[in-house]
Design a protein around this ligand. Structure first.
Ligand SMILES: [Zn+2]
Length: 478
């Protein structure tokens, strides 16, 4: 079979003409938020390639595994049937309130519209595609994965290598550290939920179970300059907006906009969860912040660091010293700073001394602790770009990231549409032994990411199966 002879032609690719037939009520013409922020810096990919998208969606996208994930079981039921999807068409029009009867219909619809990207929303009390015929009270969101979005542009006030939509391997380390910290914090969620309880008087439900930590965390590269986390445990999916807000409030450490120079305030005795975060930050701080980002190299950048020190005398002393010898490395300058705040200020009143001594830790948190996009997490009905769709500006697939090995993840080497097309073509051209390929993605560089996803889905689906079996046994006994 030659890929070029496959039905990849204008007859099939009809996304633009189909737009006219879509119910106008369902079209949200507002430009996607991320799109509007994008700067035209990615030049390696020409987005005008509907043929490649069509091949990707017809041959590579893992519909079945994907449906099992969002359904939390292999027999398609409400979690998938009542799930909202939204498609962004190449015209940038967005079709909301879509839902599918299963992986086959999803594939048919995706191929019909060939969206440049698509988003996943909540599970509702009814099928989103029937929304117009329902009373508003009969259509409410009931569950959704707890999601987190970390975007590199939120680090623009501190990263020195790139800005806007650009990324490189140096600044990608901000994402690496963010994944490590958030993954550990969410898996040890007992503390975060306890804090949530005390903050918002949440229900006793969190305390009546043995296992509080979240287990099923799916980390996804957003295709350009950030990462998403989909916490898929049942407990996470059932959180309401208030509970989601409480979790974000607890996890949020870096607060304040670009105008605020000091964004982190810590208590002298660190909360156990922050102590664990600090261990991770300490491991990466010198390499990422002092060497790669070189944040103390020039006056403009070292001023930002010095502004986090709560003592004018210490600030001035360091500033004057560094002006005298500006060529000293950031590592040496950081040693100066640590010395001054620990010992140079020893004559200060005890309270002042305490806040001075905390400020090195606060600076380290400010520079490496994850910066969360709060709105994405706190609203149950917020849509988020789907795993395994293609970023419309870069052509890169939104692949899985393993948190254990995320330090080796290179966003610039992620499979792109063009790459996958070439790999498929080469495989078809070289195939002479008549062997059937089980999955087309097996011959592409997307294979390890899909395998990782399959294992993730299998683990959660089998857990749900076991739980249901246990419930059945329990009900038979009584
Ligand atoms: Zn960079």
């Amino acid at each position: 079979m030659d890929l070029d002879n496959e039905p990849v032609n204008q007859e099939i690719i009809r996304s633009n003409s189909d737009v006219d037939t879509i119910d106008k009520m369902n079209i949200d013409q507002s430009t996607n938020e991320e799109q509007s922020n994008v700067q035209s810096q990615d030049t390696e990919y020409i987005p005008d390639t509907p043929e490649l998208l069509h091949i990707f969606y017809s041959k590579i996208f893992p519909y079945k595994t994907y449906a099992y994930w969002l359904n939390y079981g292999k027999e398609i039921d409400k979690p998938f049937l009542n799930r909202e999807f939204s498609l962004q068409l190449p015209t940038e029009a967005v079709i909301r309130n879509l839902s599918f009867s299963g992986p086959d219909e999803m594939k048919t619809e995706i191929l019909k519209f060939c969206p440049s990207k698509f988003d996943v929303g909540a599970v509702y009390t009814a099928k989103p595609k029937d929304k117009k015929s329902l009373r508003p009270s009969a259509f409410k969101p009931v569950e959704k994965e707890l999601v987190f979005d970390i975007d590199m542009t939120d680090y623009d006030d501190i990263r020195t290598c790139c800005s806007g939509g650009d990324i490189c391997n140096k600044c990608w380390q901000f994402m690496t550290v963010a994944i490590k910290i958030l993954d550990v914090s969410l898996r040890g969620a007992i503390l975060c939920l306890m804090a949530a309880y005390y903050t918002f008087q949440l229900t006793q439900i969190f305390f009546n179970t043995e296992d509080f930590g979240f287990k099923h965390l799916l980390w996804i590269y957003s295709g350009r300059r950030g990462v998403h986390c989909w916490v898929s445990d049942e407990r996470a999916r059932k959180l309401n907006n208030e509970e989601r807000k409480a979790i974000v409030a607890y996890l949020e450490v870096v607060k304040g906009g670009a105008q605020q120079s000091k964004k982190v305030r810590l208590y002298k005795t660190l909360h156990p969860s922050l102590s664990r975060s600090l261990e991770i930050i300490e491991k990466y701080f010198e390499q990422v912040i002092l060497e790669d980002q070189d944040v103390l190299q020039d006056e403009k950048n070292w001023t930002k660091v010095l502004n986090c020190i709560p003592d004018e005398g210490v600030k001035k002393k360091l500033h004057d010293n560094w002006l005298q010898s500006p060529k000293r490395s950031s590592v040496d300058k950081w040693n100066d700073l640590e010395y001054e705040v620990q010992y140079g200020a020893a004559k200060k009143a005890s309270k002042k001394l305490e806040s001075l001594q905390m400020c090195t830790k606060e600076i380290m948190f400010q520079y490496l602790y994850p910066r969360l996009d709060e709105k994405v997490t706190t609203q149950i009905n917020h849509l988020l770009k789907s795993p395994f769709c293609v970023h419309p500006k870069t052509g890169r697939v939104c692949v899985t990231i393993s948190p254990e090995n995320c330090e080796y993840f290179n966003p610039l080497e992620v499979p792109t549409l063009t790459m996958l097309y070439r790999q498929l073509n080469e495989s078809y051209a070289n195939k002479t032994d008549g062997k059937r390929i089980r999955n087309d993605y097996d011959v592409t560089s997307l294979k390890p990411y899909i395998k990782y996803f399959e294992n993730f889905v299998e683990s959660i689906v089998s857990e749900v199966r076991e739980k249901n079996r246990a419930k059945e046994v329990f009900s038979m006994e009584f």
